[in-house]
Each structure stands twice: as C-alpha cells, then as structure tokens.
Design a protein around this ligand. Structure first.
Ligand code: BGC
Length: 765
C-alpha cells in the first residue's frame, strides 16, 4: 500500500470515528433531554401541564383586549409557562424567582419580547434592513439585539416577521422584508442565525419565533387582521418559502397569525399547523398564538371559548398568548372528551423542550445577570454599528443635477415635522428603545458640522392636523404644535428657507403610522405636508427631501418637483447621524427598494413578479384597448422593486452566458462586467432575475434568483458571475410537486427589476 493511500485511509478512519462520536454525543444529548422531560412530566398534574401552555402578559404592553390579573399567584400555582413583554434583568429575575422557588415543581418561566429591530440600541425597521440587501448586516443586527435582550432577561424574541408584503396600505409591511420571496427567505435565515447563533444554550443567544404563520401579509385590502384567501399554487410558490427558510435555519418557535386562511383562521387550522408545518416540513419546535388569537376565534365565528380552545389545541397550537382560553377550558374539555391527554402532553412537552434547549433548567437566571444589563445595553460600540447599518439602508430615490452630496459650508434650513422628532426616529415596534436618546436629523447635522455650522430650524408644518389621527399614532403625547397656527409654522419655515443655500425638508409618516393596526387607504404624505413642500419649492431654493416612512408612499408630485429625495425609512436610534453621513457623502447610498412604490393606491397590489396575463401591455406603453391596463394610470410603478440610486454611476456591460443550450444538472454561468463610471466610490446590488418562458402552470414575468452587493472604487470594474443550476428553476406545479421543467428561460441581470439585460437559453432535463 503506498504511503499516500495509507494516509488517506487513516484520515478517513479518524473522520469516521469523529463523526461517529459526534453522532453518539448528540444521541446521548437527545436521550438525556427526553429522560429529563419524561421524568418531569411524570410528576406533573394535568393542571400543571395546562399551566405550561399559558403565556401571560405582565401588563407592560397590551395589543389586544385581554389582560391577566394576579400573575404572581398564578405562577405559584403552576398556571403560567411564560411571560410576555416584561423587561429588565432585575424584574425578570424577581419573577423567575417566584417560579423556581415557590411553585411546586419549580419549572422556570420563558420570557419573550418583540425584539424585532434591536433592543436598547435600536436599528432600522425590518423593511429598511431588507433595503440593504446585505444579509451579513441583518445577521449582525440580530446578533447585537440578542446580546442586549439576553443581558436584560429576555430569552425569546417574536421575530423574524417573514410575511410577504405586497400591499403598502398594510401598516405591518414596516416589520417585513418586503414583497419578494427570494430576498425574504434570505433575510429570514439571517435573522434566525443572528438571534440563535450556533448554540442556543449560551447566555447571549435567544430563541427566534417565526411569525406570523401564515400569510398574514396577504390580508385583504391591506386592512389589519383581515382575511386571506389564496390558491395553494400561490401559497407554495410566493408566500410560504420565507417561513420554511426560517424553520430550516433552525428557528425554535413559530407564532400563529390572526388571519383567516381560506375559511379557517390560522390559529385553528390543523392543515397549516400540523399537516404542513410538522408533517411536511418536519418542524420540531413549539407554536405560540398571536395575542389573544384563540379567544378571537369566537369572533371569527367558530364557537364558544371552550370549543375554540379545543380547536386550537387540536390544530397544533402549543401556547396561548394572553387569552387564557387553554388555562380556563382545557381541563373541562378533557373531562368531556373534547381533547385528549395526549394532545395536552404533546404541547406541554414542546414547551418544556424549548426551556431545556435554552438551558433554563440548568440555570433559570442565566439571562438575568444584572451586571451584564448595566454594561451591555446601548453601548457606544453598538450605537456605532447602528449608525453604520442605518446608512446602508437608505434609498436614494432621486438626485437631479447631483444635488447630493451636499457641500459642508452652506447655510442650511432644516424644516419639516420629522426634523427634530426624537419620538419618531426609531419607527414602530421599538419596545426596548429609549426614544429620548434618539438622534434626530437636526441633531445629526449639528453633530456632523460642529459648532460653526450655519443651521436654522423651523418645523414648517405638523405631521398631521387631524387630532384623532395624531392621538392614534403618537402615543407619547401629541405631535401637533398647538402654540402656533399652521400659517405661522409655515411662514417661519419659509423665512429661514429664503435665507438659506439649501433646504432639508424632513417629511413623511410618524413612527406609528405604520406597524400594527396602522393601515392607511391613502398613502400619500400625511396632513398638509405636500402643500408645505409646494410653498418651499416656490422659494426657488434647492430642496432635499429626507423621507421617513414605514411603507412605500405615493409621492408622484414630490418625484416630479423635488430635486433630491432620500428615503431613510426609520433608521433607529442613530437616524440623524446616519442621515448626515449620507447627505454629506461620507457614505454613498446603496439601498435598493424591497417593495414597489405605486403611483396611486388603485394600482395595489403592484409587485414586480406578477403574471403576464393573456393580454399584457408592452413595457413602456400606457393605455391600449382590450389590454390589461388602466384608463387613468400606466401599469408602471413610481419606483420599481430593486430600485435605488447612488452618488456614482454604474455601467453594466458585456453580459454573457457560458452556454445557451443546457441539459440536466449542468451549471449556467451568467456574467456581467460592472464598472463604477462616476465620481464616488460606492456599492451596487447586482440583481439576477429569471423568467420561465413556458410552464405547466403560468409563471411570473420574472423572479429574483440571486444578488450580489459589490463595492467598486471610482474607475474600477469587476466581473460579476452568477452560477445558475436547475435548483434555481424549480417551482411547485399544480400537484404541488417541486421540480423544474424543460424549456426556454430568460436570464436577466441589472441594477433593479426594470432595467435589465436579457438573454434566452434552452434547458432540457
Ligand atoms: C402582534 C405580534 C406580537 C405580539 C406580542 C401582537 O399584537 O401581532 O406581532 O409579537 O402582539 O407583542
């Protein structure tokens, strides 16, 4: 036997032994866990088992109607499995102490919270994070969020929210990664990796909860909590993959959605929660409901409390968030034969397993290190990362005559209702944020330019004039300046605008105009903001609009009349500093839209990967009789999916494919030469789309299948290559078989979903 071969054999032997011992170790671990839980469950009464299924609120945040009372006694009585939205290591420690010292079996509680875009350090809203098209960045933000939340007692987050969102009227698009299934799936994985890390038992990782399962983003008319009715074909191809991606990445839990799905609400839907989630996808974690979602099944019309609780348990729900329907009815249902003990055991086991996986049985206080809470929250290092991340999420929508970046020695008039609003900078669902510390745009400019800065500020107009709308969307008092009339506010701003070299108009929605229960039927700039902008433009001064928003807006007039528009979504704690970094050119904007901006609400739903129809309109055309179009608006979006400008220009050239005829499992290489032809270094998101020209079912006009974010110095060129395999061509056919079909495919590459270079290939099986 030659020496080389002997070495190879030796290596293989060692590898095999290692793999075997790893397998043994994990089998031993699984067996130990099972034995522990079996033992514990053998000591539990049925009441204690049902108690584990109860997720109680500590009264910190109420989004539904029910609240729990006398929580402490319930914990002692073994009637609580976990607590929702309680913060602070000290408080959580005190509550945990009640569970592990005073309840009979001393089972630790699990503490969950909506840590969806940061904790004390608040990062940009998820829709903004998706605009970075940088999965490493999303993972990093989730990692820091986990570190901070876990330092403050929390071990479970209600994130990621992976609902595909195609309707900007729906306020919760702000919490999503937008309209695309490919981008959304990549983001879902990145969140889970970031929160859970490689070891959930560490004290600085937290368990992810994938929500809202499922199809919440397709709520009819964009109205929150509304019904979804969808074909299986659309579900499997366009809406379900991001949930699956998050589960495949190892997410430990899921949250049922509020909505009805084809006639059966998700929370009572056994097909969804058991057949699909567990039997088809093999999910092993536990499922919690959304806030009072079981109780709401009564309003859905599925029966009384006892009936709906039994339905939910039978569907596969393990934990009841806040409603206490399990707690108050399951025992009776068991006695009456309406649920089985096996069903209760199964739900209880899954919750105990999650607690075990988090290491809570080893050390129930592992997330309650008060010292960590003092040193690891909102640190300068985390804030620095938040500032860097925010600047990567901004999308430059317009930049006529290269108005941006601005010179540093001008006279600036900073105006607009969001210019100095600390409350609004962090956006929706920023439960851990200390809003008093947010950096506003005005402050960001002052920080950036230093003491000699020539800045004048005037609000100019209120965000909204409607007092009710203000009350519903500004929980912190009011955003309306009632000391001045609208005319006075405007005149002050026009006065400083006239004396300035450039006007920075910080406009848009308030933080809570998107998010939960913030649907809008008119998605233009709220209040009198557009009228104010018209007056500003009349001053003849160049105007830069810095746009805060949690959703795509219909800003046609602004697009036509304002020379520069920088969409900054809600950038988190460091918004203002990040805006200054971008506006003055230290950072070149590179964000690209993860959601289409419509021209008007009548176009909704509008998304780039639509079907062709039998009577399509040719690109660039407006109206044609007997074509699929509108009489009063073109089919084009205001800004397409994937769109975003840079201070520099990128040229796409030399688009080439290594083959045009392929068979079987070959790999197609699609390349393009990308050059930075402008005056600034910068990053571009190169996007790959594929169209399956002929299929057994109709296929979208294009689908995102890859992207690469590439940084190029001025004058630099790079060849960008995508490897395409049959895996990228697969879809669910009408028998829900996931496969690809032979035929022609259009391969498209470009910098947004509209401006693409295209070539056709043929690929046979
Ligand atoms: C929301 C969820 C959230 C839960 C707990 C509900 O109202 O729909 O997204 O996780 O409250 O706060």
């Amino acid at each position: 036997m030659c020496k080389k071969f002997r070495t190879l054999l030796f290596v293989l032997l060692i590898f095999n032994l290692q793999t075997q011992s790893q397998q043994k170790l994990s089998t031993t671990k699984v067996a130990a866990k099972e034995a522990f839980i079996n033992d514990l469950m053998s000591k539990m009464t049925i009441d204690e088992k049902i108690g584990q299924l109860n997720l109680a609120t500590a009264g910190y945040i109420h989004t539904g109607e029910a609240t729990s009372s006398d929580i402490g006694q319930k914990i002692i009585d073994g009637k609580v499995g976990g607590i929702l939205n309680l913060d602070s290591a000290e408080r959580i420690k005190a509550v945990q102490e009640v569970a592990v010292t005073k309840s009979r079996l001393k089972i630790p509680l699990i503490f969950g919270m909506d840590v969806i875009h940061g904790y004390k350090t608040t990062f940009p809203i998820p829709l903004a994070l998706a605009s970075s098209w940088d999965m490493g960045l999303i993972e990093k933000m989730a990692r820091i969020s986990a570190q901070e939340a876990s330092a403050d007692g929390i071990c479970w987050t209600y994130s990621p929210m992976v609902d595909i969102s195609r309707d900007p009227r729906w306020g919760r698009v702000a919490e999503s990664s937008g309209e695309d299934v490919f981008l959304g799936s990549k983001a879902a994985e990145a969140y889970v990796r970031g929160y859970q890390g490689d070891d959930l038992t560490k004290n600085n990782t937290i368990m992810a909860c994938v929500k809202h399962f499922a199809l919440y983003g397709a709520a009819e008319a964009g109205r929150d909590y509304n019904s979804t009715d969808m074909s299986l074909n659309r579900m499997y191809n366009e809406y379900l993959p991001p949930y699956k991606a998050a589960f495949d990445a190892g997410a430990g839990s899921a949250m049922s959605s509020f909505n009805d799905i084809n006639g059966l609400p998700a929370t009572a839907n056994r097909w969804l929660m058991t057949d699909l989630l567990r039997n088809q996808w093999g999910f092993k974690g536990f499922v919690v409901t959304d806030f009072t979602a079981i109780e709401e099944l009564v309003q859905h019309g599925l029966g009384d409390k006892q009936t709906v609780a039994a339905l939910a348990l039978h569907a596969g729900i393990d934990m009841d968030m806040v409603g206490e329907t399990f707690l108050t009815t399951l025992k009776k249902s068991l006695q009456e034969g309406k649920v089985t003990e096996e069903e209760i055991n199964q739900a209880c086991r899954r919750i105990l397993e999650a607690k075990y996986d988090l290491g809570l049985f080893d050390d129930p206080y592992k997330y309650c290190d008060v010292k960590r809470a003092k040193t690891e929250l909102g640190t300068p290092e985390h804030m620095k990362v938040a500032r860097e991340i925010a600047s990567q999420t901004f999308v430059l929508l317009k930049n006529q005559n290269q108005l941006l970046p601005l010179k540093k020695n001008l006279k600036y008039a900073i105006v607009g209702p969001l210019a100095d609003s600390k409350y609004d900078m962090v956006g929706t669902w920023a439960v851990g944020a200390d809003r008093s510390k947010s950096v506003t745009v005005l402050q960001g400019f002052k920080n950036y330019l230093g003491k000699d800065a020539k800045i004048q500020f005037a609000k100019g107009c209120n965000m909204v004039e409607d007092k009710n709308l203000d009350k519903w969307t500004h929980w912190d008092g009011t955003s309306i300046d009632s000391t001045k009339t609208p005319e006075q506010l405007k005149n002050e701003a026009l006065k400083i605008a006239k004396k300035s070299d450039v006007v920075i108009a910080v406009m848009g929605e308030g933080a809570e105009m998107s998010g939960e229960c913030s649907s809008r039927s008119d998605i233009s700039l709220p209040g009198n903001q557009e009228a104010f902008l018209k007056d500003l433009i009349k001053t003849g001064k160049p105007v830069v609009m810095v746009l805060f928003t949690g959703r795509p807006l219909t800003i046609n007039w602004e697009n036509e009349n304002i020379p520069a528009i920088l969409n900054v979504w809600f950038g988190g704690s460091q918004s203002g500093n990040a805006v200054a970094d971008v506006v003055f050119g230290d950072v070149n904007p590179s964000g690209k839209l993860p959601m289409t901006f419509p021209q008007n609400v009548g176009q909704i739903p509008i998304y780039y990967n639509h079907k062709n129809t039998g009577r399509p309109l040719k690109e660039g055309e407006w109206f044609k009789k007997y074509r699929s179009n509108y009489l009063d608006v073109s089919n084009d979006p205001l800004y397409p999916f994937g769109y975003g400008l840079s201070y520099t220009t990128f040229n796409y050239d030399n688009f080439r494919l290594n083959k045009t005829q392929l068979s079987g499992n070959e790999t197609l290489k699609a390349s393009v030469t990308l050059s930075n032809t402008g005056k600034y270094d910068g990053a571009e998101v190169v996007q790959l789309y594929i169209r399956d020209v002929v299929g057994s079912i109709t296929r979208p006009v294009k689908e995102l299948k890859g992207f690469q974010k590439v940084f190029l110095k001025v004058g630099e060129s790079k060849t960008i290559t995508f490897d395409i395999t049959p895996e990228d061509l697969k879809f669910y056919n009408n028998d829900l078989k996931y496969d690809w079909e032979s035929g022609d495919f259009e391969i498209k590459i470009g910098g947004n979903s509209k401006d693409l270079k295209t070539a056709t290939i043929n690929w046979t099986k």
